[in-house]
Design a protein around this ligand. Structure first.
Ligand SMILES: Cc1ncc(C[n+]2csc(CCOP(=O)(O)OP(=O)(O)O)c2C)c(N)n1
Ligand SMILES: [Mg+2]
Length: 329
């Protein structure tokens, strides 16, 4: 895979804004490609939630382990997976981040320590606990960042993963991206315990609520948590309150919510909000913003071209990464 996005030309917080733009423009292109039937299978967009992953990654170390559910494009991009490899994966091409065999829900970029992309709700939480166990077993000071939705806290595996992580004092941050919905079901109609952080209390795990539309707040909270975790390993639960502007997946017209609700959250757009903050602090001007946005749009458009020009995986690779080659001896 070629090198990831070159971040060197953008310092500090401008880079955070640029990354959010890059993710947004990539997914807008993905949405278009999906509508043009260039993408098969499911495709879940992260549009609206960008500040969560960008803030978290800004605070994490590049060698920290990261794992997430199926709404995973942004998690890979934030970690440095090239846009080309991300788009090629959506189009099922051999140059994709999972060699074109995983698709939207199964990005996997070991080089950038992004360990999926998992389609089963909550299924990856025990893997996160296992990864945190591995780093402790090997004597590393790496933390694991595990992202999942509000729907996952009602899965049995959530409790198993939390219990062992707390029992064994493992360095894992459980990050619940509460976008208010699990498919078309509002969190209030799905979860008996209204304060999601109470779930963590059941396992004696410290927890915090962060504004998931505010990239600075997310970054600063993660910094504090990860610093403490590296010194004294213990799991932590974060609820990042956020919102997805699109439907659950590309096939969901999202008729279960009101226009007023959508408008309310659109007014809290993490990209527009952070842009205004940086403008008011004199760290950004409109010309610079347009330049960054143009660049993000260009890279997103280029990624579609790259994907379309890439070959499909060879037929003989169909089972290559699914079954282990055995021997009778
Ligand atoms: C074990 C399991 N049950 C049901 C599904 C079907 N399903 C896919 S996504 C989803 C909603 C999950 O919502 P949430 O965890 O809040 O994540 P979000 O989509 O909001 O990011 C469900 C029920 C699944 N993939 N896995
Ligand atoms: Mg959700």
């Amino acid at each position: 895979m070629e090198k990831g996005i070159d971040k060197s030309h953008l310092e500090g917080e401008l880079h955070l804004l640029y990354l959010m733009l890059l993710i947004r423009r990539f997914e807008e292109r993905a949405s278009q490609a999906y509508q043009q039937q260039k993408i098969g299978g499911f495709c879940h967009l992260y549009i609206g939630q960008e500040a969560v992953i960008v803030g978290a990654v800004a605070a994490a170390r590049p060698d920290d382990y990261m794992i997430t559910a199926y709404r995973d494009h942004a998690h890979a991009i934030a970690r440095g997976t090239p846009l080309n490899a991300c788009m090629a994966e959506l189009l099922g091409r051999a140059t994709g981040v999972s060699k074109g065999l995983g698709g939207s829900m199964h990005y996997f970029d070991k080089q950038n320590h992004m360990y999926g992309g998992h389609a089963i709700v909550g299924g990856h939480l025990p893997l996160a606990t296992g990864m945190a166990f591995a780093s402790r077993y090997r004597g590393e000071d790496r933390c694991t960042l595990c992202f999942f939705g509000d729907g996952a806290v009602n899965q049995g595996v959530f409790h198993e993963a939390c219990n062992l992580a707390a029992l064994w004092k493992l360095p894992v941050v459980f990050v619940c991206e509460n976008n208010l919905f699990g498919m078309g079901t509002h969190v209030e109609r799905a979860t008996a315990v209204k304060e999601l952080t109470n779930r963590a209390k059941a396992y004696d795990m410290p927890s915090m609520v962060v504004d998931g539309m505010d990239v600075r707040e997310v970054r600063d909270s993660f910094r504090t948590i990860l610093d403490a975790m590296r010194k004294r390993p213990y799991p932590f639960f974060i609820e990042a309150r956020t919102y997805r502007y699109r439907g659950h997946s590309m096939s969901d017209p999202a008729t279960y919510r009101t226009k007023e609700e959508l408008d309310k959250y659109r007014n809290e757009d993490p990209i527009i909000g952070f842009k205004s903050v940086l403008l008011s602090e004199g760290k950004l001007d409109e010309a610079r913003f347009s330049e960054m946005d143009r660049e993000a749009k260009r890279l997103a458009a280029d990624s579609v071209r790259f994907a379309e020009e890439s070959p499909e995986p060879p037929l003989e690779d169909l089972h290559k990464y699914t079954f282990v080659e055995g021997s009778n001896q």
